[in-house]
Design a protein around this ligand. Sequence first.
Ligand code: ZN
Length: 240
Amino acid sequence: MKIAIFSDIHANLEALEAVLADAESQGCDSYICLGDVVGYNADPAACLERVRAMGCPVVKGNHDQDCGHDTSLEMMNPIAAEALRWTRAQLNPEQRRWLARLRMVRQVQDFTIVHSTLDQPDSWNYVTNKFDAMANFSYQVTPVCFYGHTHVPRVFVRGSRVQEVPAESIALEPESKYFINTGAVGQPRDGDWRASYCIYNYDAQMINFRRIEYDIQTAQEKIRAAGLPESLAERIAEGR
Ligand code: ZN
């Protein structure tokens, strides 16, 4: 079994389609989505329907939560809030209900998936260093957990101590626990504009990180045509 695990699509259909095409060419036979299907970019309904039609496990991201419910956007940064207001208007009530009903944490096979972190998943904290990862590990009962939310690929390992290792190919060791961020499909923030996702070769117990080029010009044109903030078009080209 080869599982494509992807997160933070953020309504970027061009990036999503490129990732799914790559996953198919790599022989993936299962798919998992770590949330934030919508928000920021111009194709929320199309991305939602594409993911939903796959029938794969999906967990809820904070943008999914904010689009699924009529939560107040006052505390949010103004650009994200503007995009969320626009996104809510693009989705029909049934699509918003689908987002609202997504679960925060799921177990798949013998691993866990969550959007932010297992300690208080609804607080949407960002795991960016080993100290944040330690808090997560104390709630992680499976050997491997995949997460998203930060839009930066990262790997934390708990053996005799917790450390961060480069987000490259990893051979999973049975004695260790892993907390793995797949990076973002639709809005990477590590300085590399290409879509990021992971392939989990389950039989070989190997994780491979993938970076995929996509038609970014079209994605940017759609953002501008939708009247979304210009900075959203610029940031996907800069990977920030
Ligand atoms: Zn996100």
